[in-house]
Write a protein that binds this ligand. Sequence first.
Ligand code: NFS
Length: 656
Amino acid sequence: MADKPSDKSIKKQVPSSERTICEATRQMLDKARRDGVILDLDRGYDMKPCPIGVESACCKHCYMGPCRLNPRDPYKKVGVCGATIDTIMARNFGRNVATGSASHNDHGRHILGLFRNIVEGKTRDFTIDDTMKLERVATSIGIETEGREIYDVAKELCDELEKTFSNVDGEMPFTKRVPEATLEQWRKDDIVPRGAMVEVMELMSRTHIGCDQDYNNLIKQISRTALADGWGGSMVATELSDIMFGTPSPTLAEVNMGVLKEDHVNIIVHGHEPAMFEGMLAAVGDSFYIEEARAKGAKGINLVGMCCSGAEMMSRHGVPHAGNFGSTEAVVVTGAVDAMVVDIQCIKQGLAEVAKCYDTHLITTNPRCHIEGATHIEFDEQDPRTCTDQILTKAITRYAGRKHPVEIPKMTQTGVHGFTHEYIEYMLGGSFRGSYTPLNENIINGRIRGVAGVVGCTNPKVQQDSVHVALVKELIKNDVLVLQTGCSQIALAKAGLLTPEAAPLAGPGLAEVCETVGIPPVLGLGSCVDNTRILIAASAMVEAGGLGSSLADLPVAGCAPEWMSEKALAIGQYFVASGVYTIFGIGFPTIKETKFHDLLFDGLEKQGYGKWGTAKDPVEIARMMIAHIDKKRKELGIDKSRERVLVDMSDRRDIA
Ligand code: NFS
């Protein structure tokens, strides 16, 4: 029995099956309740959100307030300074986007720092793994690679990508990858991102009391700051992580809590920056610690991941994955977790309490993220073993003295992970004609109706995973190829949809393509920063031809059905500003029938961008995404092709 937590309690509780469709998480929620431990899944149900805040009708940006407007009658009142509901919502939304963009850029900047240390020979524990990718990325931003030493190219790439963060004017390096028509629109509206630091700084400044008070002008800086995420820090993180740790390719990996092993020392790494996880992976192979673990009666050391760095390690190295954001507290309830090691982002403070109850070591490793009650052992990329060795010692000691009964839900799903924009090009084009043309052709001939990105978090406001799974099933049934990242990918992996065997769940056209090529109808691309793989794939589709000239022309749509974070809002806005219709489930922090809401949900599209949408029901979300895809097909003049019968033999031969 766990130590009882303090006197915190909850008032409302529903059957655990209403909180999650993940059977393992449900089992652990039941156990936690029996043990008297409160998890986020119950806290989330019990919490009554502020009805004014949930619609973004309050302003806390100065101390004449906080001012509260009436969400039911938003134009009846203004703030003390005179700020209207549109200014207040735009400022709040802008600050959300600034924080989300700052998070991804902070992540990207640290990845760049590690890359620089490698290039300058300051670390021996990490190296350049994928030189081909290095050359491809360098070439994509105009760096000459022909006949040059690889470290010479790497040094120039480093200097060039530094501008992603430090530029104060000009255009970010990766905007060179944006389709010309899209980039021209950004130039016309003066929203091409310069450098991430200046964009975030300017957005914070413009949202100060008494500064930018026209939502039409504010949205421009909001878009620019969001684009500085997608085409900036996030893209730097993805591309440099591939270069340093290896570009993923399809690999089988196991997902869900059954990846924990009762007779092993279990270490979970949960966070976002892959460097510490890579360091742990190197350390657990050390025979000294394996012997130590055996001497204490364990059969070995079992390293598994959670959340986004878990998704990256799964994609690159096939490291098992224990679950998504909604399961991070629940997994500790197994009693089998000897250490949970975290770095930055999406790490609930509630973990400290749950870890205390089950005598699990909760170890923070990053100077930017300490948690009260957790043990801090700092990870230094230039000396990784000092940190990882201490973690291993603690975990082995905890295993030897396990106090709590262990109950591991015996559930795992094996799926294919590790798709990338490079691999999509290769698999549909074949080794001799790698290109996006075959994908475009299958869209034009109607076998594939369009492409959807389904991404993002889980949120205890809704039954964990349920909206992700129902939405994706509906999309593939309607011949929409689904690309996934983040916690959404893990939800679908647990539901068994990341295997080629899931192809029969797809509509006839998509199923035929999947069966011929041997891919699942749902392709997992990795972590949330890896949403940039979707941007690059979409740009390649434009370049391959036949589907319009800008990203906004493509028959694609995106959705984060169970979103919760400011990072998700930044991602959503960079997709919208790039030209993609993006739907958020759960709810959206604007009030319908206000001018700012209309701008986000309609006006931006009229200006040539994408637009926002929101709905809670998965079938309704799918209907909205498909209607948009069909609208784009019609505008491209390819709507008739779907009416053809799709299965004659010559067609079949054309697919591969
Ligand atoms: Ni993305 Fe990754 Fe998950 Fe949401 Fe959090 S882990 S960065 S923000 S919860 S998908």
